[in-house]
Design a protein around this ligand. Structure first.
Ligand code: URA
Length: 210
């Protein structure tokens, strides 16, 4: 799978996303909904994980049963809003290693400026999921994925809640090998780089900072 946008249109994801978008949804519910959607997106983003069989013993008898094989996972949260998705993903992928990349958007140019980066030493041996709720201009996603590639990772997926066509295009230009998993693709960006209709500022809504 490469360079594609996969919209996860499962009814539970869509229902929860609608709740999330509502302007009256408060911080506590917003946080819970992001966590719940992240778990459902994790389900889809890990669908192609390879399996092997091991022999186990149930209380009744021995059997061969399926278990995960292949590379282990690393989740990389793009700070700060990526942490909302990270919390949900870790609930069902508790053994995953975690990296953080801090980026802010220059308000004038909308360029991504890095202020922090800490990645697991063995990231090159892991399958990586880069997490950021809003794929808007795509500048942060492109910069974060570039960092992860510099650290040696080669199997990378990007997971977000909402994708704008502009961000998807930017990803296809710079990282066509990285599939994108989103709960929805929205219409466009406004002049301030916000996704329309979107859900507002994901970081502020997650952390109650506005
Ligand atoms: N970041 C956000 O939090 N919201 C947007 O709409 C775009 C970028």
């Amino acid at each position: 799978m490469s360079g594609t946008l996969k919209v996860v249109d499962h009814p539970l994801v869509q229902h929860k996303l609608t709740q999330l978008r509502r302007k009256e949804t408060e911080t506590r519910d917003f946080r819970r909904l992001v966590r719940e959607i992240a778990m459902l997106l994790a389900y889809e983003a890990t669908r192609d994980c390879s399996l092997t069989t091991v022999e186990i013993e149930t209380p009744i008898q021995k059997m061969r049963a399926r278990t995960l094989a292949g590379k282990e996972l690393c989740l990389v949260s793009v700070l700060r809003a990526g942490n909302g998705i990270l919390d949900g993903m870790l609930e069902i992928l508790p053994a995953a290693r975690v990296g953080h990349i801090g980026l802010y958007r220059d308000p004038q140019t909308l360029a991504a400026v890095e202020y922090y980066c800490k990645l697991p030493e063995d990231i090159a041996q892991r399958d990586v999921l880069v997490l950021d709720p809003m794929l808007a201009t795509g500048h942060s996603a492109v910069a974060a994925i570039k960092r992860v590639k510099q650290a040696g990772a080669s199997t990378i997926k990007f997971v977000c809640l909402l994708a704008a066509p502009e961000g998807v295009q930017e990803m296809q230009t710079h990282h066509a090998d990285v599939p994108i998993f989103a709960a929805a693709q929205d219409s466009h960006l406004n002049d301030h780089g916000y996704i329309i209709p979107g859900l507002g500022d994901a970081g502020d809504r997650l952390f109650g900072t506005k």
